[in-house]
Structures are given as structure tokens and as C-alpha cells.
Design a protein around this ligand. Structure first.
Ligand code: 3HC
Ligand code: NAI
Length: 696
């Protein structure tokens, strides 16, 4: 018997205990242990039934993702599930925590399921670019019905035990001792192999059609959802054994698809970000219960909401009563809109509003543990605000700036306590977007950094630590990406072609539509301040002409595209095409047709080249952190893994060749990253670079 699975007798019952911390993943040892336990149960005539239960925080949370991509070792999970289903003695699965993926599939192979009320079940494989490959696609529809099964498998969501009981997946919810309740049921449980239950066909066609349309709209470009639907069709049309064969084949297709490798990379990337050298669980933290927010504009309002949502008390400061009233009214309007959509109750709205207090007086910030500044993006204004904070904030308070680009060290220098200063860069809308860039200044104290990393989790953000540089990780990389998108328009691609190529790649929005959304005047003002010698004027002269003609984007009803009142859908405008053509003539560019591949490549290569530079400079701790920034802050498709994973998937030798080619044509725009050069020459990758660094 392996250590991961142990058995004990309890009268005529066999108690099978899985113990594979942290989440009881179904590693090879667990699968083998489960097979041995099944043998024991079958062989001993004194045993009438079994209870399968897990030690630690959760029931089995799935196959062991770390084993994916390596040669599979028998016994395979589908065999384990079938072995349990076909045992001549009933086995009851006793569920606490989360029964996910392969874990739920094992439970579905058991003859009954008992769960504590707090337990959750789910088939989240779709989030890894996979489908449930151990019978889940065949057995869940048999127990839960086609519509519920499709909902669970396409969303990957965690379904509460109570809901799962209504679906027929959980037979009993217990408020008492889980093992005792499961033992009682095991003694009376009938043998009911899930696979023998027929799939209910009523309403199945409608459910399949709805799932197809949902997948086409909301999961555009993703491979696994379509395969999941095909498996459910097989469950409807074929006997169990044949359905399982179809599932197996389609599972292998998913596993071989690059999207799964990308999503698996992304799964671990998200779990790496909180690991920061020099910060551990022993690093002291500062208590944060009261937060001050300065500026109740777009960002300040959203930050106040994010903090209130996380249970913190917020003091929101503005310059004058009008701005404060407007800011508070917008916050209420946003909460009311969430309540109208059923995302929170009217009581929740009042509860959150009560946590936010408005003020015009800096003295009211003196009790705050953390103060986040979100005023205009101007160094003189930021310095003035931090100077005032230095006077009123209590000793030990953390002073944070939400600046998008400005130098955190410079801001810190306007206080007498630079070690308390940090950048907390939220993304718009700040109450929705998951990313928080945590910008460590040269003087930032370790406990300030550690507290900020914890705070990110408390307010449901994913905090990525960045060094201090112009634009930090995300916005700094955006520069080359935007330049290439704009330049290709002058070179011959229509704006809608550039956007379509990138949305087909999976970006949530195309870069030109994003420009219209953010306001073209922002970039215009930056270009005015840096001067024409400091950027490729060919890329932007046509945009500047639009701004000068009053076309600032969505807010003026027209920018690169036209907008109908109250509608955010971009409409191509022939007037803009004429401006672009004139700009090309002036720049002496002969326009040519540019394909979607080139559009995607040039935009991605710009991200990757700058990302590598950021990595080389130590601004990002690891390449995978950059991927997390792009997926959570910039609408980059997780199924492409992030820009750095995209480069690894292409191969860094290919990336280097392409970069050299681009640098040959426009040397002023492309300084090939020395890190890419050295990794490519060594036949290495960003992933290998991260792994080496983790070891060191
Ligand atoms: N395999 C291997 N390691 C896993 C794992 C898995 N399935 N699930 C979690 N882990 C690891 C994490 O990497 C992390 O390791 P670390 O501490 O070294 O970073 C550790 O377990 C704890 O995970 P979290 O930090 O995510 O812990 P939480 O408590 O926040 O969340 C959880 C727990 C909800 C179980 C979450 O980890 C999760 O969602 N896991 C993935 C579940 C999943 O996708 N299961 C399906 C797998 S695919 C499958 O089963 C295929 C089958 O159909 C054939
Ligand atoms: P905004 O113009 O919507 O809001 C700024 C608010 O600050 C205004 O309400 C203004 O009255 C107030 N303010 C200005 N000076 C003040 C002072 N001395 N004291 C108190 N209040 C003052 O601007 P927005 O977009 O919210 O940006 C704020 C900061 O957030 C900037 O640094 C910006 O770069 C950054 N940021 C903006 C993002 C965006 O998408 N808008 C995204 C991430 C960061």
C-alpha cells in the first residue's frame, strides 16, 4: 500500500483514506493506491462496502497537473474510475473542500456521494484547455442532466453542494461528522453504477444548441469547449463504453493542442506571482483596516469600491465638494447597476456605501493604515499630495500611488519616509479588473511590500510585483505594441483589419478600438511633451490629425472609428481612411496589403522584445509574471499563455530571426533584447530561464 492511500477496517466497511497534500491530486501513487484499495475491498468477503474519504483540506482536487505532458503511467485515471464503478460492493465518496476534475470523476464512479454543506464540486478542465477525461463527460450528464452538465463543464465553475444535490450529483448533505454519515449510508447504499443510468434526452437538443451558441460567442477561439460538447453528444448517442472511447480520443486531442500547454503554463504562473524573493510568511506585516483614497475620479472611485468590497473602511478625499459628490454618486450608481444585474443585494449596496466616507480634509486621513493616491498624472501634483500626506499620515501608515508611469522613487522623495511609499497600480475599472501592479521603490520596506501583496488577495486582486521604471511592466510594454499597430495602418492595413487580426488571436479588444475607448488625446498629450524626436512620427501623425480635428475617441462620438450614440461598437469611417492615405503619402510609405499573421506577429514581437528587456533589467521577477500582467490587465487570451509563453511556443530562435529582420528594416524601433539573443543561442526558453532563477 502506498503512503498516499491507506485503508482501515471498520467492521464490515473498508475506509479508504487519500492523503496527498496539499490538494490530494490524483498522482500516480494515489491512482495506484486506489486500485490496491479496490482489490482489498473486493477480495475480503468480510467487507460489505467502502467509504472513500480524503485527509487535509479537500477531497481530491483533480488529476495531478504536474504529470501532464510527461509519459502517462498506469494505472490511468479512467481505469481507476471504471474499477470503482464496476465493484460488486458499493463505495460512498465522502466529500469536503473541493471535488474537482478527476477528483469528481472518481466520486462519480462511486455508488453514492455524501458532502458537507460547505463542499463544492466542479469539472474545471476547460480552464486548462482540456475536457474531463476520466468519464466526467459521460457520467455527469447521467446524474445531473445535459443542461447542468454542460453548464458545469463549459464554465468550469465550482458548484455548491446544495446545488449539486438538486442536480442529483450529491445524495446527501451532512451537517454532522462526514465519515460517520458516509459510513451509515455505505451500509445501506444500493449498487448503482452511474454509467448504467440512461441520459435523460428531454430538452437535451436545446441544451446542446444553447451551449454551442454560448461557446461560439463567449469562448471564441478556444479549442476545448467544442470538444466538450461533442463528448456530451456522444453521451446522448452512444452506450457508455463507446462514449468513453470518444471522450478519450477527444481528451488526447485537447492535450496535444497548444492551448492546453498555454493554459497549464498560466495555471502555475498565477500561483507563482506571490513568491517574492526576500518576502516570506515570516516577514512582518502591517495591519490594514482603514484605507484613504485621494481623488474620486475614474480610478479613485473604483479603488474605493475594490477596498469596500474587500471589507475595508474607506476615507475618500477630493479637492472640492462638487468633485466629491460626483465621485460618490458614481460609486452608488455602479453599485446600483450591479444590484440591478443581480450581482449583489440592495443590502450589500448599503453595506458597501456605509464603508465609504467622503471628506475634503486631509486631517481625516490621520487614522488610515494605507493611503492610495489617484489624482491627476502629473509629478508636481503627486508631490504636493505626498508632501501633505507626510504631515497628516500616522507613523507607519503605507503611502501608495496609483500612478501609471511616474517614478515612485521621485514621489517617495517628497516625503520624509520613503520606506513607507509604494506603487499600487490598479487597472480600469479598478473594482473589476483583477490585476494590481505592486511597484517596489528602491527604499520600499519589506513589510510594506509584504502587506501590499496580502492586500491584493484581500481585495480579490492578483498582485504582481514590479520594479520601478517608466510605465512599470504592463504600460511600458504597450508602447511598442501600440506603435506597431498604428504603423501598420499607415503601411496599408485598415484599422479594422488590425483590430480584427488581434481579436481573432484572442485579445479582448483590438489596440485601435482601445485607443478610442481610453481617449486618443492622452497619447497625443504625451507625444507633445516628449517631442517628435522621441517616437516614430509615421505611426502617430494620422492619429494626431484626428485629435486635432476633435476626434478624441468614444467620448467625442468619433475617433479612429465612428460611434452611434449610446453604442460602443466601432464603425469604420472612410474619412479616416483618407487621412491615413494622406499620412502615408507624406511619410513616403508605399501602402501594401498586410495579412493577419504579420499584424499579430509584429504586435506580439514588440511585446516580447520589451518584456525580455524588462526581465533582463529585473523589473519583472520572472517571465511568467509578465504573462499574468497581460492576461489580467490587458485582455490577453489565457489560452495563448501570455506574450512570453507565446514566444516560447514559437521558439526563441524563430523570435530572434524575426526580430533581427524587423530591426534590419527599422532599426530605430527595434533594439533586439540581449536576453532573447542569449537564450535563443543557448537553445533555451523563458520558462527555462524562470526555472533556473527559481533554483538560484
Ligand atoms: N495538480 C497539481 N497541483 C495542484 C493541483 C493539481 N490538480 N491543484 C492545485 N495544485 C497545487 C498548486 O499548484 C499549489 O501548489 P504550490 O503551493 O506549490 O503553488 C497548491 O496545490 C495549492 O493550490 P492553490 O494555491 O490553488 O490553493 P487554493 O486553496 O487557492 O485552491 C484549488 C485549491 C481550488 C483546488 C485550486 O488549486 C484549483 O483550482 N486547482 C486545480 C483544480 C483543477 O483544475 N482540477 C482539474 C485538473 S485536470 C483533470 O482532473 C483531468 C481529468 O479530467 C482527467
Ligand atoms: P481622473 O481625472 O478621473 O481623476 C482624478 C481625480 O483626482 C479628479 O476627480 C480630481 O478632482 C482629483 N484630484 C486632483 N488633484 C487632487 C488633489 N490635490 N487632492 C484631491 N483630489 C485631487 O483621473 P484618473 O483616470 O482616475 O487617474 C488618476 C490616476 O490614476 C492617474 O495617476 C492615472 O495615471 C492613474 N491611472 C489611470 C488609469 C485609467 O485608466 N484612467 C489606469 C491606471 C492608473
Amino acid at each position: 500500500m502506498t503512503q498516499a492511500v491507506s485503508t482501515s477496517r471498520d467492521g464490515d466497511l473498508l475506509i479508504i483514506m487519500v492523503n496527498n497534500p496539499p490538494v490530494n491530486a490524483l498522482s500516480h501513487a494515489v491512482r495506484q493506491g486506489l486500485m490496491e484499495a479496490a482489490d482489498t475491498l473486493e477480495a475480503d468477503d468480510g467487507l460489505k462496502a467502502g467509504v472513500l474519504i480524503c485527509a487535509g483540506r479537500t477531497f481530491m482536487a483533480g488529476a495531478d497537473i504536474r504529470e501532464f505532458g510527461k509519459p502517462p503511467q498506469a494505472p490511468h485515471l479512467p481505469e481507476v474510475v471504471t474499477r470503482y464503478e464496476r465493484l460488486a460492493k458499493p463505495v460512498v465518496a465522502a466529500i469536503h473542500g473541493t471535488a474537482l476534475g478527476g477528483g469528481l470523476e472518481v466520486a462519480l464512479g462511486c455508488h453514492a456521494r455524501v458532502a458537507v454543506a460547505s463542499a463544492k464540486i466542479g469539472l474545471p478542465e476547460v480552464k486548462l484547455g482540456l475536457l474531463p477525461g476520466a468519464g466526467g463527460t459521460q457520467r455527469l450528464p447521467r446524474l445531473a442532466g445535459v443542461a447542468n452538465a454542460l453548464d458545469a463543464m463549459l464554465s468550469g465553475r465550482h458548484v455548491a453542494a446544495l446545488e449539486a444535490a438538486k442536480w442529483g450529483v450529491i445524495d446527501q448533505i451532512t451537517e454532522d461528522d462526514l465519515l460517520e454519515a458516509s459510513k451509515t449510508l455505505a451500509r445501506t447504499a444500493p449498487l448503482r453504477p452511474t454509467g448504467d443510468i440512461p441520459v435523460d434526452k428531454a430538452g437535451a437538443d436545446d441544451a446542446i444548441a444553447a451551449a454551442k451558441s454560448n461557446a461560439a460567442k463567449r469562448m471564441r477561439g478556444q479549442f476545448a469547449p467544442t470538444q466538450i460538447i461533442k463528448c456530451v453528444e456522444a453521451a446522448l448517442d452512444l452506450p457508455l463504453e463507446d462514449g468513453l472511447k470518444t471522450e478519450r480520443a477527444l481528451f488526447q486531442d485537447c492535450m496535444a493542442n497548444p492551448q492546453s500547454a498555454a493554459l497549464r503554463h498560466y495555471f502555475f504562473a498565477e500561483r507563482q506571482v506571490a513568491r517574492v524573493p526576500g518576502i516570506s510568511k515570516d516577514t512582518p506585516r502591517r495591519d490594514v483596516t482603514r484605507v484613504g483614497v485621494i481623488g474620486a475620479g475614474t480610478m479613485g472611485g473604483g479603488i474605493a469600491m475594490a477596498c469596500a468590497n474587500g471589507g475595508l473602511k474607506v476615507m475618500l478625499l477630493e479637492m472640492n465638494a462638487d468633485a466629491l459628490d460626483k465621485g460618490l454618486a458614481t460609486i452608488r450608481k455602479n453599485y446600483d447597476a450591479s444590484a440591478a444585474k443581480g450581482r449583489m443585494t440592495a443590502d450589500d449596496v448599503e453595506d458597501r456605501m456605509e464603508r465609504i466616507t467622503g471628506t475634503l480634509d486631509y486631517a481625516d486621513l490621520s487614522a488610515c493604515d494605507l493611503i492610495i493616491e489617484a489624482v491627476f498624472e502629473r509629478m508636481d501634483v503627486k508631490k504636493e499630495v505626498f508632501g501633505k500626506l507626510d504631515k497628516v499620515a500616522r507613523a507607519g501608515a503605507i503611502l501608495a500611488s496609483n500612478t501609471s508611469y511616474l517614478d515612485i522613487d521621485d514621489i517617495a522623495a517628497s516625503t520624509s519616509r520613503p520606506s513607507d511609499v509604494i506603487g499600487l497600480h490598479f487597472f480600469s475599472p479598478a473594482n473589476v479588473m483583477r490585476l494590481l501592479e505592486i511597484v517596489r521603490g528602491k527604499a520600499t520596506a519589506p513589510d510594506v511590500l509584504a502587506t501590499s501583496i496580502d492586500l491584493a488577495k484581500r481585495i480579490s486582486k492578483i498582485g504582481v510585483v514590479s520594479g520601478n521604471c517608466h510605465g512599470f511592466i504592463g504600460n511600458r510594454m504597450l508602447r511598442g505594441y501600440g506603435r506597431e499597430a498604428n504603423l501598420m495602418v499607415v503601411e496599408g492595413a485598415a484599422p479594422q483589419d488590425v483590430d480584427a487580426a488581434l481579436t481573432s488571436f484572442g485579445m479582448a479588444m483590438g489596440p485601435l478600438a482601445v485607443g478610442d475607448l481610453a481617449g486618443l488625446d492622452i497619447g497625443y498629450m504625451t507625444r507633445q511633451s516628449v517631442g517628435r524626436a522621441n517616437y516614430d512620427t509615421r505611426a502617430y501623425d494620422w492619429v494626431d490629425e484626428l485629435v486635432e480635428a476633435g476626434r478624441k475617441g468614444q467620448k467625442t462620438g468619433k475617433g479612429i472609428y465612428l460611434y452611434e450614440p449610446g453604442n460602443r461598437r466601432p464603425i469604420p469611417d472612410p474619412e479616416v481612411d483618407a487621412i491615413i492615405e494622406r499620412a502615408a503619402e507624406t511619410a513616403q510609405i508605399t501602402r501594401r496589403s498586410i495579412g493577419a499573421d504579420e499584424i499579430v506577429e509584429r504586435c506580439m514581437l514588440a511585446l516580447v522584445n520589451e518584456g525580455a528587456q524588462i526581465l533582463d533589467e529585473g523589473i519583472a521577477l520572472r517571465a511568467s509574471d509578465i504573462d499574468v500582467v497581460y492576461v489580467n490587465g490587458y485582455g490577453f487570451p489565457a489560452h495563448q499563455g501570455g506574450p512570453m509563453h507565446w514566444a516560447d511556443a514559437k521558439g526563441l530562435d524563430w523570435v530572434l530571426d524575426r526580430l533581427k529582420d524587423l530591426a534590419g528594416k527599422t532599426p530605430q524601433n527595434w533594439a533586439v533584447s540581449p536576453l532573447i539573443e542569449s537564450l535563443a543561442k543557448a537553445g533555451s526558453s523563458f520558462a527555462a530561464y524562470d526555472a533556473e532563477k527559481a533554483k538560484a
